[in-house]
Design a protein around this ligand. Structure first.
Ligand code: 9D3
Length: 242
């Protein structure tokens, strides 16, 4: 049932700074993100970094000082973009309810608790890197957070921004259906989720665990806890250490 007394729920504004704004044209039109947008819980815009250049050829990159392969994103268009979107030209001037996030392979690992923090903010600005990197003065003086989504090499920050938006938007109060609680999920208790089964009870010789068909809720709960621990030990032993 829709709430009509949601004055206390404030909208999250997400601004993505990218040289490929069209990359995001359809990805936010599905599922929870679409519903959250339709419900005015979030407004997501992708902005073309080139619109903050001032030269005829809209140059956003340049050769690295000290030499080396590839190009580096110049600081001026990024500082101009963040200033126009937040009013701040330095990290210290970013309002307390706002986050300016640089997606970068050198960032802190993105976590569920980070997603929960970002979901509390009023504005999230996501800066997507490209080429070999971003002029370090952006990370040093402008951004509030430098974030990586994991230990693998992407071709740019755009897919990382998409993942951050997905993880954040579903944590906005009211974005998930009332039947699901974000706090009863995988990672909230440090274990992976337990295995799920549905009909048919036997599929190509593979049976669903009989205990799940019994209706004995205490036994089902015990089985799920054990199965979650087993699966965590097998796939994510790092989650069980200390
Ligand atoms: C050769 C050194 N590389 C750094 C590890 C250069 C480099 C690779 C990939 C520079 C930029 C990129 C583009 N990646 C991102 O912008 C990125 C990213 C990633 O590659 N992995 C995990 N998280 C992220 S967030 C942004």
């Amino acid at each position: 049932m829709k709430k009509w007394f949601n004055e206390s729920i404030k909208m999250l504004r997400v601004d993505i700074i990218t040289i490929f704004p069209d990359y995001f044209r359809e990805v936010f039109e599905y599922g929870i993100i679409r519903r959250a947008t339709a419900a005015s819980l979030v407004e997501i815009k992708a902005h073309d970094l080139r619109s903050w250049t001032s030269d005829k050829h809209k140059v956003v990159d340049d050769r690295p000082f000290g030499g080396g392969d590839g190009m580096v994103l110049k600081p001026e268009p990024i500082f101009a973009a963040v200033e126009s979107l937040t009013g701040a030209r330095r990290r210290a001037d970013v309002a307390s309810g706002k986050r300016v996030v640089l997606l970068s392979p050198q960032g802190k690992p993105f976590t569920q608790s980070m997603a929960a923090e970002f979901a509390q903010s009023e504005q999230l600005v996501l800066i997507c890197g490209r080429y070999e990197g971003v002029d370090e003065r952006v990370a040093d003086a402008l951004v509030t957070d430098e974030v990586s989504i994991g230990d693998y090499v992407l071709s740019g920050g755009e897919p990382a921004a998409l993942i951050v938006v997905d993880a954040v938007v579903r944590l906005i109060p009211g974005a998930l259906g009332s039947e699901t609680s974000a706090t009863t999920e995988s990672f909230s208790d440090g274990l992976l989720d337990y295995p799920h089964y549905t009909r048919p009870p036997e599929f190509e010789g593979m049976r669903a665990p009989d205990v799940l068909l019994t209706g004995h809720h205490a036994e089902i709960e015990r089985w799920r806890q054990g199965a979650a621990e087993e699966k965590t030990k097998r796939n994510r032993p790092d989650l069980l250490k200390e």
